[in-house]
Design a protein around this ligand. Structure first.
Ligand code: ZLM
Ligand code: CA
Ligand code: ZN
Length: 393
């Protein structure tokens, strides 16, 4: 077949685990692991697997998870059995240990396997980067940024991002963590609060009283104490409903550009939560697949080892479109996609680039009123610039 070759010059690896995708959080729970299967079938239908190194990831070991999580928590996670929680008690059950078993973080069959497989994919991806076998490593099954050392939170039980960044830190002096999920990346921020070797930046909807998790204000920049090396190494970009592609790209390129210049990371970890897309069941923004993908394209242009994580994303067809497009950007076939569609693909014409783009634009859902003023966006850039005056690579 003509055209289906690996682009020369750099390597992309793709890490997934079909077993992970079979788990269920419960009938109407917004988190649907099968969105990963949907994303993968779109990616494979476009023939992109021919342009990447594809790996079935393994489950992370207990010891690997314990590089971040407490053994008390891991032991409990490994032994709890799913017990139906009475509906009227689900949010005020005083017996919830480690915040497990409520409606956000339910106990379900195979929970420990699901968690260790998510972290295994992220760790495999990190190892491909540190061994220089990949320039970009993709783990769409990871990105569970709310999990704490000894507590589940917001659909996240194990913080695969923290575990993967700890692996990067064994070889990399400085790692930049960027989070474009619509929620604040609180678990990752907290884990690296007291080190100057990781800078965390989260873009998110911020409304302390009405939007989860309520943290991530503009002036939340790490420990205030002078002695702590982590001060000024947590950056937050709190946004309002309805932000557009143009505004988001302006903020992202300006802020990340400045950070790369000042902090000089030697690797980038990007959480690509797709709940920041327009039409997301839990989201509030107006981002299109192109605007979301522009963040991936910008990071790729920094020419640093790049780890791409998934994360949130609650309208599965849009999640699949975004992560398929971002896989194409990573591989560098986004503009040559016609050449990559295997000739035996049914409905091949419908998969062509010129049909993909109109499809990408058909993000469903009512556009939201944009409540982000240019003035406020400029203030945020100003604040970040001021924080970066304290940062020396
Ligand atoms: N109630 N079912 C993002 C994590 C967001 C906390 C308010 C639960 C939901 C949500 C669960 C089926 C990431 C909160 C919400 C209702 C306390 C959140 C189960 C619907 C359902 O229908 C639902 C019975 C459930 C949960 C909505 N939860 C929406 N938003 C947030 C957590 C995770 O995308 O950032 C990364 C993967 N939780 O707002 C409540 C305060 C629980
Ligand atoms: Ca975020
Ligand atoms: Zn989210």
């Amino acid at each position: 077949e003509s055209g289906i070759t690996k682009p020369k010059g750099y390597n992309v690896s793709f890490h997934c685990n079909p077993e992970m995708e079979k788990h269920h959080f419960g009938m109407t729970h917004p988190m649907k692991p099968w969105r990963l299967t949907l994303s993968k079938s779109l990616i494979y239908s476009y023939g992109m697997s021919f342009a990447m190194d594809n790996y079935i990831s393994r489950a992370a070991t207990y010891e690997e998870l314990a590089t971040f999580h407490s053994t008390d928590y891991l032991d409990f996670l490994g032994t709890v059995l799913p017990e139906p929680v009475p509906r009227d008690l689900e949010n005020q059950n005083p017996d919830l240990k480690f915040n497990l078993g409520g409606s956000d973080c339910p106990l379900f069959d195979g929970l420990y396997d699901y968690c260790s497989m998510s972290a295994g994919g992220a760790l495999d991806a990190a190892r491909k980067l540190v061994s220089h076998q990949s320039d970009i490593a993709i783990a769409w099954g990871g990105g569970l940024h709310h999990a704490h050392k000894a507590e589940a939170s917001g659909f996240c039980y194990i913080n695969d991002i923290v575990v993967a960044i700890l692996e990067l830190l064994r070889y990399h002096p400085r790692v930049l963590y960027i989070d474009i999920d619509v929620h604040h990346g609180d678990g990752v921020e907290e884990a690296f609060f007291s080190t100057d070797r990781v800078m965390t930046v989260s873009f998110h909807k911020y409304d302390p009283n009405n939007f989860f998790p309520g943290t991530g204000a503009l002036d939340d920049n790490g420990p205030k104490s002078e002695q702590n090396p982590g001060s000024h190494h947590a950056l937050n970009v709190p946004l309002n409903d309805g932000i557009t592609d143009e505004q988001y790209a302006m903020l992202f390129d300006t802020i990340i550009g400045q950070i790369v210049e000042k902090f000089r990371p030697t690797a980038i970890a990007l959480q690509c939560g797709a709940d920041s897309l327009a039409g997301d069941r839990l989201g509030r923004f107006n981002l299109q697949v192109q605007g979301h993908g522009a963040c991936v394209a910008f990071c790729k242009r920094m020419n640093l080892p790049l780890l791409l994580f998934g994360g949130g994303g609650y309208t599965p067809r849009n999640v699949a479109r975004a992560w398929a497009y971002e896989t194409a950007l990573a591989v560098g076939v986004d503009d040559k996609i016609n050449d990559y569609i295997p000739s035996h693909t049914p409905w091949r014409d419908q998969f062509r680039h010129d049909t993909l783009f109109p499809t990408l634009e058909q993000i469903l859902g009512e556009p939201r009123v944009n409540r982000n003023t240019q003035k406020r966006l400029q203030e945020m850039i100003q604040h970040v610039t001021e924080q970066l005056r304290f940062v020396q690579a």
